[in-house]
Design a protein. Structure first.
Length: 188
């Protein structure tokens, strides 16, 4: 009888762990989930080399208080459309305070097209996304250090002045927003 008090604690703990692996709220998509336990880079390479238009996304801990805003406002949020130009969201003080209290994770999103990687975007787990009817590959079990290393390699060899695929600047921002000490090392 003495050990039964642990049961609610274990249920709560494992419930939180499973929730954190869930993708953000995404609509208008063809969802496929994959585990990155075997390594993020090989899985990403396999998915992106298929050159099927769609999105690859995952979540890692972010820097509290410095995550990108969502579309709309805190009182009237709307989906951020991944396809198109309507992307950046609201950063008003009410939203910032609410997000500091909940500390949502950082979501990294890669747009894959027929030529490979076309774009990189960042969001947060509390944002509502619209994938435009495309494939959406959600990666689970991503280690922050592997994410940082892979994003850093995506920047190498790309000229920031001729970045037609909009990868370099968002990649630098994505690395900086990782809530992991490895980000500081890479950014130095």
């Amino acid at each position: 009888m003495k050990k039964l008090w642990m049961l609610p604690v274990l249920i709560f703990t494992f419930g939180c762990l499973s929730v954190s692996a869930q993708p953000p709220l995404v609509e208008n998509l063809k969802l496929q989930t994959h585990s990155a336990r075997g390594g993020l880079a090989p899985l990403f390479r396999r998915l992106s080399e298929a050159r099927v238009p769609g999105w690859i996304g995952y979540s890692v801990p972010g820097v509290p208080g410095h995550l990108p805003g969502c579309c709309g406002s805190c009182n009237a949020p709307r989906p951020c459309r991944l396809e198109g130009k309507e992307w950046w969201g609201n950063g008003d003080s009410e939203c910032r305070e609410k997000r500091l209290a909940t500390n949502p994770g950082l979501v990294i999103l890669f747009r894959i097209g027929t030529t490979g990687l076309e774009e990189l975007r960042v969001s947060s787990e509390d944002c509502h996304l619209d994938a435009g009817g495309l494939a959406f590959h959600w990666l689970e079990d991503v280690k922050p250090s592997e994410s940082i290393a892979m994003i850093a390699t995506l920047c190498s060899g790309r000229d920031p002045e001729d970045d037609k695929h909009h990868v370099v600047d968002p990649a630098v921002m994505a690395i900086a927003l990782h809530g992991d000490s490895e980000a500081d090392t890479v950014m130095a």
